[in-house]
Design a protein around this ligand. Structure first.
Ligand SMILES: NC(=O)C1=CN([C@@H]2O[C@H](COP(=O)(O)OP(=O)(O)OC[C@H]3O[C@@H](n4cnc5c(N)ncnc54)[C@H](O)[C@@H]3O)[C@@H](O)[C@H]2O)C=CC1
Ligand SMILES: [Mg+2]
Ligand SMILES: [Zn+2]
Length: 277
């Protein structure tokens, strides 16, 4: 048995047994034991299953995703969104659910070929949807996104989007566009969102962010010039905050929080945090 969570294998849907998670537009089904259910038990419940996907092995046991048309009532169970599992609970289970959510969304959105409109089929032994009519393969979508902590000595630049929880400030982030390097994207996003220039860009690490399919590439950069001008509509407020007087910050498992905590720890000579995968 290989311990931990391994996502690479496609599984045989006709084989019995294993674990299963159920997902609807309300999130994942869970009870007091969490979101993993014995698969055969779950399939006996009154669920309208839209699709079933083998998604990997947890501690050597196969795990399947049941994608539902609608959130069913299962006695003793309730529904919780993926964000709730990110915020608290077992990190490995959150990784299982994050992967399940991305595969479920991708398979649902690629039932038909984007080129010719024919129905696509799942490719054996590969995580891909295939169009026989035009030989097109569609793989799970991952969107590279840059995230950067800009600093100026003991001050760090944090901003608020109107979408954030009230009071919370975070690092700047944005999606890469075709034709850009990660560094080009970072420089453009910082210009667009606050009209500042940065220098000494340093890659710090990455994180899967399954909301719905971002791959966060985390950077640190130093302030090089300009005055903060928040981008209309996107940035509600942006400020320099002294590391001793920080506002409410993003969730502890986010790479945004890691970038902030790491910089503060280094300035103060404290133990460095570990980036949650
Ligand atoms: N894990 C973390 O710590 C953090 C993760 N993020 C994530 O980073 C990503 C980018 O951050 P934002 O500031 O929202 O991006 P952004 O600054 O590029 O603006 C968002 C806008 O980009 C457009 N967009 C949406 N999906 C896109 C895609 N796949 N490619 C190109 N453009 C797209 C939409 O118009 C959307 O309103 C988001 O997924 C966000 O959830 C953001 C902050 C912290
Ligand atoms: Mg942004
Ligand atoms: Zn096609």
């Amino acid at each position: 048995m290989t311990p931990g969570w391994i996502t690479t294998t496609l599984l045989d849907n006709d084989a019995a047994g294993g674990w299963a998670v159920a997902r609807s537009r309300e999130g994942f089904l869970h009870d007091t034991n969490g979101p993993l259910f014995p698969r055969e038990w779950l399939k006996r419940q009154d669920l309208s299953v839209f699709a079933e996907h083998g998604i990997g092995h947890l501690d050597g046991e196969p795990v399947y995703l049941l994608e539902l048309d609608s959130p069913a009532d299962v006695p003793g169970c309730s529904w919780q969104g993926l964000r709730g599992f990110m915020l608290q609970g077992d990190h490995t289970l959150y990784k299982v659910l994050g992967y399940a959510a991305q595969i479920g969304t991708w398979a649902r959105e690629h039932r038909f070929c984007g080129s010719c409109g024919q129905a696509m089929v799942q490719v054996p032994r590969e995580r891909a949807m295939y169009c026989q009519a035009c030989d097109l393969r569609s793989y799970p979508r991952i969107s590279p996104s840059m995230i950067v902590l800009v600093t100026r000595g003991d001050d760090i630049l944090l901003a608020r989007s109107p979408r954030f929880v009230t009071g919370v400030y975070s690092t700047l982030a944005g999606f890469a566009e075709p034709g850009e390097s990660a560094e080009d994207c970072l420089i453009r996003e910082v210009r667009e969102e606050v009209q500042l220039e940065v220098k000494n860009i340093q890659y710090m690490g990455s994180q899967c962010w399954p909301f719905p399919h971002s791959m966060m590439l985390g950077f640190h950069a130093e302030y090089a010039g300009g005055d903060i001008v928040p981008q209309a509509d996107e940035i509600e407020d942006a400020q320099w905050f002294n590391i001793h007087e920080l506002p409410p910050l993003p969730a502890s498992r986010s790479i945004a929080r890691y970038l902030i905590d790491l910089y503060v720890a280094r300035r103060l000579g404290h133990a460095e945090p570990v980036l949650p995968g």
